[in-house]
Structure formats: C-alpha cells, structure tokens
Write a protein that binds this ligand. Structure first.
Ligand code: SF4
Length: 348
C-alpha cells in the first residue's frame, strides 16, 4: 500500500500498490501433518494467502516438505535461534522465512541464510515484538517502547543489509495498540520495505477482535501496511475472516458479500436478528465480492438507511418489502421471502 518496494514469495507479491495480503499462522504442530494440511486448506478456502508455520526442529523436515508440496498457500517458516533451521527450510523449498537475525546463536549463520535466500530468490521477514524487548533496549530508547521496537527492527535490518540483502519484509508488533501504532509510523517514515502489521496476543472473543481491528485499522488507515495478521486465541479461520472484515470496512479489499443489518429500535416491525439469520442462510457463497445486502427493521427508515445496498429488505406490518439499489421491487409475507430473494439473487 505505502511501501515502495515489492517482494515476491513464490508468486505472491507483497507491497507497492498491491492489495493488502491476508496471513495467518498454523495452529497445528508440524508433527501432525494431516491437521496442518487440513488447516491450510480451510484457511485457503477462506481467502488466506500466506501462512506462517513453526519449524522448530529439523526432524520435522519430511513433514514440512510435504506441507510445502500439498498446501495451496504460500508458506513462511517461523524460525528461532538456530540458523540451521532457516537453511533447512530454504533447502526444502520454502520461499519465505521469518527470523530474528539478532538472536541467531551463530553470527556466521546469517551469511549462510542470506546466501541461500539470494540463490533461491526467497524473502526474509524480520521484526521485533514488544514481548521480546530487553531492558537494555528499553533503557537505550529512553523508556519509549515504540522507539525501542523501531531500534530493534533497525538492528536486525542492518545485519541483512550488511550482507547486501534487501528482499525483506519488516514488522514491529506489540500487544499494546498505541505502542504498535507509533513503531509502525516510525518504520514507514524511514523505510520502503513492505510492512507486516498486527497486534500480538490480542486475545480471544470480542475483546481480541476489537483490539486487532482498532490497531490494524488505524495503521492501515494511515496508509501503512502491506500484509496483515490478526492474532486471535481462536481457529485461524477466525483470524482470516476478521482480517477481511477490517479490509472491507476500510474499503481496501473486498471478499465475499457484505450483509448489514440495523441495530433495531422501537420502530421495528420484524425480529431483525431472526430475519438476518434467515437471509444469511439463503445467500450462496459465490455472490459477487462486495455485494451488499441490508436487513432493516422497518419500512419507515429502513429503505433510506439501506439505499446504498444492492438488495435491501425491510420489515413491514404485513411482512417485508424488498429494494434493489433503493428502488422497491416486491413485498410479501415473511414466509414468501425465501422464494423471492432466491429469484432476485439469480438475476444478479
Ligand atoms: S431501520 Fe427502522 S427499526 Fe431499524 S433502527 Fe432504523 S428506524 Fe429502527
């Protein structure tokens, strides 16, 4: 979006003016290959484009190689401490790795990783997490944790740039939204590399979704960010769905239809919650991306409030009235709705 550099992970381009990419991380362990392949397929079906996979031990190389072969998604190996794991992942055909060059036990290891990444045209993501900042880094930044995150990324970046490698994605993430916002602003002001954004350990349920949506949403709305991951204590598919909701809300990317409904008030003529569930069950998955269907509680304000929708349905004292782009097209009793809605959908 705002980065000027584009990287390419085995055909998946990230950065520049390309669409913001949606990522997740496999929750299944690589030791359970069947679960990894199944999870990867579900994520793919829901629009995920890149998955990070923990690769903690070379004894899992066979499984990792099979996952790379069978998954329809691009894969980024998540590596900690041991440069041999990064080298192994690249040798197995993985075209992206996420490392912290600063915590690699062997400094010569960075050179080996970079040489292989250059030869295989692979991408390296580096980045700092709030949780891994040490006291020295925080003190040196004058207790400014955003600055400490920025400095930590810069230190890692130096190690790769010293090896003349710049096929890089950068990230600065924390579980604190304000801290993450500022760290990303600092990164985008100085660097042109694609930026991966997210709020770490956002939690579960509504609080996790709200925290991620606010954090990622604000950063994206500032024109920062090229690839996102919503981190939730929930199945990865929830992360992907939330990511698309954020992108759709900001009108950055459409995937699937957009079902909206009014909050209801004393004017409602129908049970809007029940009607919305009914409409949702009637909508096929293959509707055009971005198609908006609005379910409104009354015929007084509903049509006006839903006038932008492609299809609007509003409750009346007798049942419902249906609109297409604000123009009334039919009405009837609630039990006639499924038939009429199906017909309208076929026309779209
Ligand atoms: S559409 Fe009607 S019922 Fe729904 S919030 Fe508006 S006025 Fe209330």
């Amino acid at each position: 979006m705002c980065s000027r550099k584009v990287v390419n992970i085995d055909g998946l381009k990230i950065g520049g003016n390309l669409p913001i990419r949606v990522e997740s991380m496999l929750k299944a362990a690589l030791s359970d290959l069947d679960s990894c392949i199944l999870e990867s397929e579900i994520l793919y079906q829901n629009g995920c484009e890149l998955i990070r996979v923990a690769f903690p031990d070379t004894s899992l190389s066979d499984n990792f190689e099979k996952l790379i072969k069978f998954s329809k998604l691009k894969i980024m190996a998540d590596i900690h401490f041991d440069h041999n794991l990064a080298v192994a992942a690249l040798e197995l055909g993985c075209r992206a790795i996420r490392i912290n060059p600063g915590n690699m036990s062997d400094s010569n290891g960075i050179k080996k990783i970079v040489d292989l990444a250059k030869r295989t045209d692979s991408v390296i993501r580096i980045g700092a997490n709030g949780g891994s900042l040490n006291n020295k880094q925080i003190l040196e930044a004058g207790n400014d944790r955003s600055l400490a995150l920025f400095n930590a990324v810069e230190e890692q970046l130096e190690l790769l740039l010293n090896e003349n490698f710049d096929n890089i994605i950068i990230s600065a993430k924390s579980s604190n939204v304000c801290e993450t916002l500022r760290a990303n602003a600092l990164l985008s002001q100085k660097y042109t590399y694609p930026i991966h954004i997210g709020i770490t350990e956002a939690g579960s349920g509504i609080s996790g979704i709200v925290k991620s949506s606010i954090g990622i949403g604000i950063i994206l709305s500032q024109g920062i960010g090229d690839t996102i991951r919503v981190s939730l204590t929930a199945p990865g598919v929830e992360e992907v769905k939330t990511a698309y909701h954020i992108l759709r809300t900001l009108e950055l990317r459409q995937r699937g239809y957009n079902l909206i409904s009014c909050p209801t008030c004393g004017r409602k003529r129908v049970d809007v919650e029940k009607l919305t569930r009914m409409v949702k069950n009637l909508l096929p998955e293959n509707l055009p991306d971005g198609l908006t269907i609005a379910v409104m509680g009354c015929e007084v304000n509903g049509p006006r409030e839903a006038s932008e929708a492609d299809i609007g349905i509003a409750g009346t004292p007798y049942g419902f009235v249906m609109f297409k782009k604000g123009v009334r097209i039919c009405s009837g009793k609630i039990d006639e709705l499924p038939e009429k809605l199906k017909r309208i959908i076929l026309e779209i």
